[in-house]
Structures are given as C-alpha cells and as structure tokens.
Design a protein around this ligand. Structure first.
Ligand SMILES: Cc1cc2nc3c(=O)[nH]c(=O)nc-3n(C[C@H](O)[C@H](O)[C@H](O)COP(=O)(O)OP(=O)(O)OC[C@H]3O[C@@H](n4cnc5c(N)ncnc54)[C@H](O)[C@@H]3O)c2cc1C
Length: 386
C-alpha cells in the first residue's frame, strides 16, 4: 500500500501552500491528492486575486501581515511569479457609520503594525479619481501594500516548489473516504486505492464539508456563488487604480488586463453548488457600476467572458484551521469566506506549524480558528467581507 507522512486533500492554493510550508520545514513525504485532472479548477482559478490587510479583526489583520510580505517576496522565494501588484485597496464611505467603522479598523491595523494604511478625506478621493461620482463620498481608507496577485500562478509556484522539495502531487485522484483506528487517522481511501497515513489535511475548498463527513464531523462550511464580470478593453479609468470599494452598495472593481473586473455580492444569492453564470447579473451589476463610475455606463461586456465560482462560507466569516476535535491526525484548512487566496501563505505556515509543532507564532492565538469555537460560542465576526 502507498504511504505518506502527510496527505493533503485538495490541490488548490491552500493545499499547495500547506505542501510548500511543510516541505520547507523539512517534512518530505507529503502527498497532495487532487480529484481533477488539472489543479486550479476549484475556487482558486475563479478568484479575483485581491489581497488586503484592511480587515476589522486582529486575527485577519495578522494573517495578512504574514501573507502580503510573503507575496511581495514570492517570486524570489519560489522562483515563480505570484503576480503581486501593490496597487492598493480604497474603501470609500458614504455615511458616518461607515467612516467610524473605517476609523476603528484603521486604529486596529496601525496598532498591529501596518504602516501603509491611511485615512482619506472625501476631497482627497475626489482629487485622486475625478471619474468617480463623488458627491456623497465623505472619506475612506487606502492601503498601498494591498493589491492583487495572480491566484493560479501563485498556486502553481507553491506546488512547484513543494514538489522540488520532495512533495508529490497526484491528480485525477478523488478522496472517497478516511479510515480511522484507535490511534486516529490510519489511511485515506481514493479512486486510485488506499494510502496509509497518520496525518491528513482537509484542503477541499467549498467541498470541505463532504470530506469532514467521512469521519462523521459536521463542518460548517457552505458553498456560496460569486460572479465576476470582466469588461472589454476600457481606457476611461486609470489602469493604475487600486481595488475600489463603494461601501454604499458593495460594488467593487479593479483593473484587469486592458479592461476592468467588476464585482458585487448579490444579497439574494443562496448557498449551494451553483457554478453557472447568471446573465441577468450583468444588468444588476452595471446599475451599481454606472452609478458610482459614470463612464462605466458605456463599458462593453461580453457575457461569455463572465464567470461564477464558489466562496466557502463559515458562520463567522473566518476560516477553520487546526486539528479536528476527536479525530487525531486530521487537520482542517477550510472556510476562507472569500479570503483564501490572500491568506494562503499564512494558512500554509499556520497549518504546517500546527501539524509539526502543535503551535504557531504567526497569530497571537493559534487556536483562534479552531472548529470548537462554534460550539463554545467564541465566534470572531469579520464584517469587512466583500
Ligand atoms: C468569484 C470569486 C472571487 C474571489 N475573490 C477573492 C479575492 O479577491 N481574494 C481572495 O483572497 N480570495 C478570493 N476568493 C476566494 C478564494 O478563491 C478561495 O478562498 C480560495 O481559492 C480557496 O482555496 P482552496 O485551495 O481552499 O480551494 P480550491 O481552490 O477550491 O481547491 C480545493 C480543491 O480540492 C479539490 N477537492 C475537493 N474535494 C476533493 C476530494 N474529495 N478529493 C480530492 N480533491 C478534492 C477540488 O477539486 C479543488 O481543486 C474568491 C472566490 C471566488 C469564487
């Protein structure tokens, strides 16, 4: 029977980062199992690639304080580009409540050591981007080290480096069960046979709850469709722009290629494995787009280039990272609630630390993301979710 020291279930950006961090720490016999014939077909290949430290909870800010410098150094570390572009994130407030919220977040971010974030007045934002409808903008916050990465390239870079360090990637191999004995995890069952292991990591993205079910655990991770609309080439807004977020509607956009990538989270969307792009979404998003960026009223859209993917949502919009209660040797790295690309470096490090050392220094409380928090009533609510 094939065996491995650690089996990682899922070869997206999270599984790839965990494989890299484990092998970088000296763990060689790491096997990544991916059910598709190509990696990146889950949420990673559908992502908008935004990376930001502008969060509201200390633990999410700390995850970003590890991840963003990591992405900045990624090309040298991995010998492969992550496509990190520090063009920033600009949150724009149109109400006192939103501005108070940004001020409180700013104070927390600065206190934790973020040096590149600043608050802006409405006039400053109007001067930066006169193309925006700015009459109701009262201020905002901008962080210059926030920006974008190329999620597929970052995933590939992590995996290539992990394989160079001795890890193995097996594609077209679906995990169909997990065997447990008196000592905990004993093997994973796959469509290609059984693999003996004492440690398995659930990195199955939006499908993580199904994997947890193999050992009878109810993992509160739900798939939620998100749709993105790329524009055709468009030059009436600067391509050096950051991710710009209109807090009044949640509409946000960023430059992509010669056009822009438009996003808006439809509050009417319901959980489920829905991967089809809904053409009626284009009309809905363009109303918000043209309202905030009047020149977008004549932007061209090719519906065939738009797409849908899945967020992996948890009840408090924070991930579940750490050992599975009651099943020795099983670890979770799931439920990123829309932040799995930006937090992949920190997740890889935290998961590898928890597996190899049982603790980690990258966040103040390495147990903060434990599954038990839901039963114990210590959820950590993140409100800065896009
Ligand atoms: C439209 C959209 C926009 C987004 N924008 C951003 C953003 O701007 N910034 C950001 O940080 N995040 C963003 N996200 C979220 C981000 O893409 C995800 O959080 C991240 O990709 C999760 O990575 P993952 O490796 O956990 O999951 P995935 O990439 O989904 O990988 C999981 C893998 O597990 C495999 N798998 C599942 N079950 C099994 C099994 N039983 N056996 C073997 N393999 C299995 C799947 O095939 C898949 O390849 C966005 C997501 C979407 C959909």
């Amino acid at each position: 029977m094939q065996s491995a020291d650690v089996v990682i279930i899922g070869g997206g950006i999270v599984g790839s980062s965990i494989a890299y961090h484990l092998t970088a720490a000296g763990c060689r016999n790491v096997l990544v199992l991916e059910r598709e014939t190509h990696t990146g077909k889950g949420s990673t290949g559908k992502s908008m690639g935004g990376v930001r430290a502008q969060f509201s909870t200390p633990v999410n800010i700390q995850m970003s304080l590890y991840s963003i410098p990591f992405y900045s150094a990624f090309d040298d570390l991995m010998g492969h580009p992550a496509g990190y572009r520090p063009q920033g994130y600009l949150f724009m407030a149109t109400s006192d409540a939103h501005m108070d919220y940004l001020r409180a977040n700013y104070a927390r971010q600065v206190q934790l050591g973020l040096k590149t974030v600043r608050l802006l007045s409405g006039d400053e934002i109007r001067a930066m981007y006169p193309q925006l409808r700015g009459d109701d903008i009262i201020g905002g916050s901008f962080c210059s080290t926030d920006g974008f990465v190329d999620p597929y390239s970052a995933m590939t870079g992590f995996m290539a480096k992990a394989v160079g360090n001795g890890a193995k990637l097996q594609r077209d191999c679906e995990v169909t069960g997990i065997d447990v004995d008196a000592d905990g995890i004993a093997a994973v069952e796959t469509t290609k046979g059984k693999i003996a292991t004492r440690i398995a990591v659930n990195a199955a993205g939006a499908w993580a709850a199904g994997v947890a079910k193999f050992v009878g655990i109810d993992l509160p991770v739900e798939p939620l469709r998100r749709m993105l609309v790329p524009t055709e080439p468009f030059d009436e807004f600067p391509h050096t722009a950051p991710m710009i977020i209109d807090m009044s509607t949640g509409f946000h956009f960023r430059p992509e290629g010669r056009g822009f990538l438009l996003a808006w989270n439809d509050a009417e969307e319901t959980p489920g494995f829905k991967l089809n792009f809904e053409p009626s979404f284009i009309e809905k998003i363009l109303i918000h787009a043209a309202d905030r960026v009047p020149c977008f009223d004549h932007v061209e859209i090719n519906p065939k280039r738009a797409w849908a993917g899945l967020y992996e949502m948890t009840p408090d919009h924070h991930p579940i990272i750490g050992p599975a209660p009651g099943v020795r040797g099983l670890f979770f790295a799931n439920g990123f609630s829309g932040h799995g690309v930006m937090h992949a470096p920190a997740t890889g490090k935290l998961t590898a630390d928890l597996i190899l050392k049982g603790t980690s220094e990258i966040i103040d409380d390495p147990r903060a993301f434990a599954l038990e928090r839901f039963a114990e009533g210590r959820m950590i609510h993140e409100t800065a979710v896009l």
